[in-house]
Design a protein around this ligand. Structure first.
Ligand SMILES: C[S@+](CC[C@H](N)C(=O)[O-])C[C@H]1O[C@@H](n2cnc3c(N)ncnc32)[C@H](O)[C@@H]1O
Length: 343
């Protein structure tokens, strides 16, 4: 297995649970002790490097990306050659001991830069879906797997969802929320240099991370957010942001030849997502960018809002696709590349 660089593209898993009596479990999954979390992460093959919490959730920076733990929801995002799906069995097991049962599962990822370096079950989307089908309990019976295409075969969006409850029309929810997952490659090399540390800088990963957050303008994306950041040695950066019960997260692999950065956040459809998108583009100036928005309802102007924000910054929309997933809602997948490039 020849590995030529670090795989920045993350795998992302979101699991929701329910308890018979939610009032009895106000902390729910947040009561999981650190040893149990470490065992889950050992199965995935990554470790915790930093952690913060607020009254809504706990956010962990991992050696390979991030983990968010809410009372009845867990989100794990890991890159490199981690085996993310191996976390499902131990998580179901530990949640069961807290009186919680799995009710929803969503797995997403982009297209790996080094697919041949991935271990089972991440060897192909077919293998991942078979593993998910065999691993998640039968009560999650509404299932769907799909690869959302783009014009370029090297950029597609892989989605699997499974839910135990009958899908319903989310328009009845009070607020339309979206999750935005952005994957960027071919970062501007001058901007990417800001994610390298100086040799023997004498700083800790936390203090070097804080400096990168400020120097790059990442702290201006959401000035309200509490940021937990970490700089790897000699390069690489991860951060988690907390703003009430909304998270955001950024991970950067700045090495030339396989540079990659991701940005993910939750937001309300009624908020202006333009500021966030413009800041993200300005921080990384990517050659190619994919933006996937998952919304608990249908918003027909989602892709126009996204394109209107990023196109004036020199990116051109090359493709867009939309699909519906049980209980996850509608997913819009758009790809952009710098106007100077032809794709
Ligand atoms: C963990 S970070 C960010 C992860 C994120 N998914 C990404 O790749 O964009 C990955 C970057 O940190 C660097 N790095 C340095 N030490 C590392 C370590 N011990 N574990 C993981 N990555 C490390 C990698 O070379 C890479 O540039």
């Amino acid at each position: 297995m020849a590995v030529s660089g670090f795989e920045g593209f993350e795998k992302r898993l979101e699991l929701h649970f329910f308890g018979d009596d939610p009032a009895m479990f106000p902390l729910g999954l947040r009561k999981l002790d650190f040893e149990s979390l470490e065992q889950v992460l050992e199965a995935v093959q990554c470790t915790v490097v930093s952690a913060v919490g607020n009254s809504y959730f706990d956010a962990y920076v991992l050696s390979e990306s991030s983990l968010f733990v809410y009372p009845t929801k867990i989100i794990i995002k890991t890159c490199g050659t981690t085996q993310l799906l191996k976390s499902i069995i131990p998580l179901i097991h530990y949640a069961h001991h807290l009186g919680l049962t799995l009710s929803f599962c969503r797995y997403t990822r982009g297209s790996f830069i080094f697919p041949k370096a991935q271990p089972f079950p991440h060897t192909s989307f077919k293998d991942e879906v078979s593993y998910l089908q065999d691993t998640i309990p039968p009560n999650l019976c509404f299932r769907k797997a799909s690869i959302m295409p783009s014009k370029s075969s090297s950029h597609s969006w892989h989605v699997f969802t499974a839910t135990s409850h009958v899908p319903y029309d989310h328009h009845h929810d009070n607020e339309l929320l979206f999750t935005m997952e952005i994957c960027m490659t071919e970062l501007d090399p001058i901007l990417a240099r800001k994610f390298f540390r100086r040799a023997e800088d004498g700083k800790s990963g936390d203090s070097a991370g804080k400096e990168m957050t400020e120097v790059t303008g990442i702290n201006e994306i959401n000035p309200e957010a509490l940021i937990c950041d970490f700089a790897f040695d000699p390069c690489g950066y991860s951060m988690n942001g907390m703003d009430g019960d909304w998270y955001s997260t950024i991970h950067v692999t700045p090495e030339d030849g396989f540079s990659y950065a991701s940005f993910e956040c939750v937001g309300s459809v009624s908020d202006n997502m333009g500021h966030v998108l413009r800041k993200v583009v300005q921080i990384f100036r990517p050659g190619t960018m994919s933006i996937s928005t998952t919304c608990n309802g249908y918003t027909n102007d989602m892709w126009t809002q996204v394109a209107t924000a990023v196109e004036p910054l020199g990116l051109k929309c090359r493709s867009r696709a939309m699909d519906q997933f049980p209980a996850a809602g509608s997913v819009v997948f758009q790809t952009f590349s710098a106007r100077r490039k032809s794709v």
